[in-house]
Each structure stands twice: as C-alpha cells, then as structure tokens.
Design a protein around this ligand. Structure first.
Ligand code: G6D
Length: 350
C-alpha cells in the first residue's frame, strides 16, 4: 500500500496537488485537488498487464485547455437545468446559462473547476483521500453555503469507491457525480465501440433537441437500442437510426433509471483485454454518455482525441428534476445531510 502527494501544477497562482493511491495488488488511482479530477486508474488486463483505463492528462494546462470534464466531480447540479432557472419556496433563482441558454454541470465555475482541500487517510483495509470544499451562498447562482465532502477510497481488492456528503444552511439543489470517461482497452489502445454494457434498467428519459429531458419516461422494451438488460455493445447504438440515438450525436447521452441498487446494476466489459468494471450505486439513475461531442483537435497522452474514445457512466439524480415533479427530487433542505456512494469494482473475466 502506498500513498503519495506531489505538486501537479498551478491555477491562478494557487498550487494544485496530486494524490496517488496504490493498493497491495498494484492498482493505482491518481487524482488532483482541482475538481477532484481522477487523472489515472491503472488496473490489470487478463494477462496481468497494468494499464490506464480512464481519459486524463499529465498537466494542468491540458485540463484547462481541452478537458470536457475528464474525471471531474460535477456539481452542484450534474446535467442540465432548463433555462438555468428554478423556484424554491416562492423564490426564483437564476443560474449561469453556460450551454445553449441552459445550465450545465454546475455552471462556468462548477465543482470541476475549483480547488478542493485534500487529506489522506489510511488504515489496514483501504487508503483514502478526502476532498472538501465550501461552495458559498450564491455561487453560480445557487442558494446556501454548501459544505461538500468527496472521499475516494481504494481497497486492497481493487474496489474504488466515491462517497459524497453535503449540508447547506439554506434549501438548495444538489446532484453530484463523477464524470470519468472509461476505456477498458488499456492506455486508449482502442475506442469503446466494442465495449459491452449491461444495465439493470427498464426505462430511460426522452431528450429534446437541447438534450433536456422532455419529462417522458420511455420503456426500453419498445426501443431495442436502449435495452441493455442482457448486454449490448455501444456500437449498436452508434449504428442505430433511432431519433434518440441521432439526437445524441449518434450514440447515447441519456439518463437510465435503475431498477436495482447495489446489486451489480452496471457492468462494462471489454472482451479483448478481458477487463470488467462493475458499478454499484445508491443513486436512482446513470447517465450513459458515449463521448459523442469529444473534440478531435488535441491528444491524450499521445492518442488523438476523437468521438467514442471513452464513455461516461454518471451515477446521479435526474437532470432538470426541479422542473419535473414526477422525477426523484434533488432538493436539499436546510440542515439536511446529503449522502451518496458509488462503487467501481475492477476485475477480469473468468
Ligand atoms: C455534452 O451533452 C453532453 C453532456 O452530457 C456531457 O457531460 C458533456 O458534453 C461533457 O454537453
């Protein structure tokens, strides 16, 4: 077991520290206190080759210039809020409209773009880094002083977990997630089109042309390209002519409602490397985003960036839930403690 911290770079003259967690099996998770960004996760393939399975950079400059939320904690509210405004107890709040006149991922300076405090904790079973940040009343337009804590924990059985905890002194909104782009091929050798995804989900949210939920919940039984219950390659959604796949830029950018929690509800496999990622969460949904909006004008550790080079499985509440009373609520009452945990277990196929 090894834990180390070192300077990664600077933002506006403030130092950014990286923390490396290495467990007894050699699995490594590296993160930085700018956006709690996970810059690298190194796990073995079926032959024991230790390779990186997330999109990330080795410099602060690249994150500032190119990153579409690579590895970042996203909030206060992940996903879109239509028009960037909402009402709580009769008061209307206006958030930053940073995406086609709507609010996306916490605004121009959301959780992914601030520097968090970091503290390392170790015990005989696991190693952790605890990130904390105070989001001030009115930050990006949100009400309430919100104390945020995000804990990255790596066990010795190659399970990586992310726990979130928050409390606010005013009623506010909260919907946080991690926006890592996974690619199980190892060191970005291939794209993710042949990855096979299995989801315990019978429905997903219909999106409009601004990628905002319409409020309609569609059954996967009626739309095979969205039925991942028995496993489906990402490629099938890219080749689909269904309006919702086209809308997402020929792929997926959709929230799927999970029918079970903490029961291997999300499984991603890559046959060629033999790697398997099993995700369990207490969240009601997972956004599958297949990197369809990735720019192609930069490189990632020497690999040309392009569509489908990574996919996101953002476990979270439902986007724009404040405008859809039939969605699970993302309102956090004054003094209420928000808690959520998502676990990522990396194994190889038997
Ligand atoms: C695009 O619509 C997608 C989002 O879901 C994604 O999080 C972002 O790119 C990085 O806006």
């Amino acid at each position: 077991m090894k834990v180390s911290q070192e300077k990664f770079g600077e933002v506006n003259g403030q130092p950014v520290t990286s923390t490396t967690l290495v467990n007894n099996q050699g699995m490594e998770v590296v993160s930085i206190d700018y956006g709690c960004i996970i810059t690298k996760i190194t796990v073995p393939d079926e032959k024991g080759n230790m390779e990186n399975v997330v999109l990330g950079f080795d410099s602060m400059e690249e994150y500032k210039m190119h990153s579409p939320y690579f590895g970042a904690v996203v909030g206060r509210f992940a996903g879109r809020i239509k028009g960037g405004h909402f009402e709580l107890d009769g008061q209307t709040y206006q958030l930053e409209k940073n995406n086609n006149g709507n609010h996306l991922h916490g605004g121009l300076r959301g959780f992914d773009k601030v520097i968090w405090n970091s503290q390392v904790i170790t015990d005989e079973n696991a190693i952790s880094v605890v990130y904390s940040y105070l989001s001030g009343d009115g930050e990006e337009g949100y009400p309430g002083n919100l104390e945020m804590k995000v804990t990255y924990t790596l066990s010795h059985t190659n399970e990586f977990s992310i726990s979130y905890e928050a409390v606010s002194d005013k009623k506010t909104l909260i919907n946080v997630t991690n926006h890592s782009y996974f690619n199980l091929s190892g060191d970005l050798k291939r794209d993710i089109l042949d990855h096979e995804l299995t989801l315990k989900s019978e429905s997903f949210l219909e999106l409009d042309e601004e990628l905002i939920p319409t409020g309609e919940i569609l059954s996967v039984k009626d739309i095979p390209f969205f039925d991942f219950r028995e496993g489906r390659t990402i490629k099938s959604g890219v080749e689909s002519e269904h309006a919702q796949n086209i809308l997402a830029g020929k792929g997926y950018d959709h929230p799927f409602l999970l029918t079970e929690n903490e029961k291997k509800e999300i499984i991603l496999k890559d046959d060629e490397s033999g790697r398997v990622l099993t995700i369990e969460t207490d969240q009601p949904s997972v956004v599958l985003y297949t990197g369809t909006q990735m720019a192609s004008d930069f490189t990632i550790r020497g690999v040309q960036s392009r569509k489908y080079l990574g996919l996101c499985l953002e476990t979270q509440g439902l986007p724009d839930s404040i405008h859809h009373p039939h969605f699970p609520s993302s309102i956090l009452d004054k003094g209420e403690v928000y808690r959520s945990t998502t676990k990522y277990l990396f194994t190889v196929m038997e």
